[in-house]
Design a binder for this molecule. Structure first.
Ligand code: SIN
Length: 319
């Protein structure tokens, strides 16, 4: 029986990056531009992928610091299209590392796929002396081909992370991602998957509703949701400015257990009075906010500020 296809969608990132002139990358690989090489070319130069049933499609070519609703809307539609094809076993998405966790969480919520959707990336550009992208791509394809694999995951440096837990935790190292307290869901070892825990599932049953809203609303008209940080001396003026600018939702990245300075909390409560939706998360890199019984501002339980922002954006989109 012929193996089913793996569709590889390219969106750009360092994995597709090049130094502007050959040799200018320098020893630190910093003088490069992300999103330069087509995904078909990235795949063509990786010997272990030769002969595999891969289908490449270039969806975007961006540095993921510029990722946002326009690409997300197109990506959600293309993923849904390919996931509904019986000849497709799974998807791989090449993506910049900087906002990978946001795209992963967004797709987790709007696709809730029963097939694997595997985001992968690189910390070094394609023309680096020792690029990490090719191995990450080989590992990502191995994960997408693994029997039983499902849900949205990220593969980097031999680890498989759930879209729910993954976060970029280092600006330079090759193993730049962590799943915090939860740990990775699997390791990829010489093309074999060593599964440690179960695949991520979107359990709220709202994926179809969210996907329809994502498709229906022009990306330029998606709700405006911003993140405000609690810090020593936070006085809440930023909140008043955002409310004045017409923000629809605010995520407060609180200190410790999601705590807020008195002035910031007062400003957020004023914002809520004026109709802005407000939730609390924590600026701590690991763990999650434990709610109080009489919380003034609801907790985005288990979500980092950037993922809480997407959750709130999607909530507002379906209102
Ligand atoms: C990007 O996120 O597109 C640039 C940085 C990276 O991919 O590592």
């Amino acid at each position: 029986m012929a193996s089913k296809k793996i569709v590889v969608l390219g969106t750009g990132g360092t994995i597709a990056g090049l130094a502007p002139h050959s040799g200018q990358g320098g020893p630190g690989h910093l003088a490069y531009r992300a999103g330069q090489v087509g995904v078909d070319r990235l795949l063509a130069v990786i010997p272990p992928l030769k002969g595999l049933p891969l289908l490449a499609e270039q969806l975007a070519q961006v540095d993921s610091k510029d990722m946002g609703p326009v690409v997300w809307q197109a990506l959600a539609a293309r993923c849904a299209h390919w996931l509904s094809d019986d000849d497709v076993q799974g998807l791989v998405i090449t993506h910049g590392t900087d906002t990978l966790e946001e795209t992963a969480y967004f797709l987790h919520r709007v696709l809730a796929p029963h097939k694997p959707v595997v985001l992968t990336c690189a910390m070094r550009p394609a023309d680096a002396l020792a690029p990490d992208g090719p191995q990450n791509l080989v590992d990502a394809v191995a994960v997408a081909q693994s029997s039983g694999a499902q849900g949205v995951v990220a593969v980097c440096a031999g680890q498989v992370h759930s879209a729910i837990d993954v976060a970029k935790v280092h600006p330079y190292r090759l193993d730049a991602f962590s799943s915090g307290d939860a740990g990775p869901i699997a390791w990829v070892e010489a093309g074999q998957l060593r599964l440690l825990r179960s695949w991520p599932v979107a359990a709220d049953g709202r994926a179809d509703l969210l996907a329809a809203a994502v498709a229906r609303h022009s990306p330029t008209a998606w709700p405006s949701v911003e993140i405000v940080l609690n810090h020593a001396g936070a006085d809440g003026r930023i909140v008043d400015a955002l409310v004045g600018a017409g923000v629809h939702g605010l995520v407060a990245a609180g200190t410790g257990n999601g705590t807020l300075s008195q002035m910031l909390e007062a400003a957020l409560l004023r914002a809520r009075e004026s109709g802005v939706e407000v939730v609390r998360s924590t600026r701590c890199a690991s763990g999650q906010v434990v709610p109080y019984r009489d919380d003034a501002i609801a907790v985005a339980r288990g979500l980092s500020p950037v993922k809480a922002r997407i959750a709130l954006l999607l909530d507002l989109l379906v209102r």
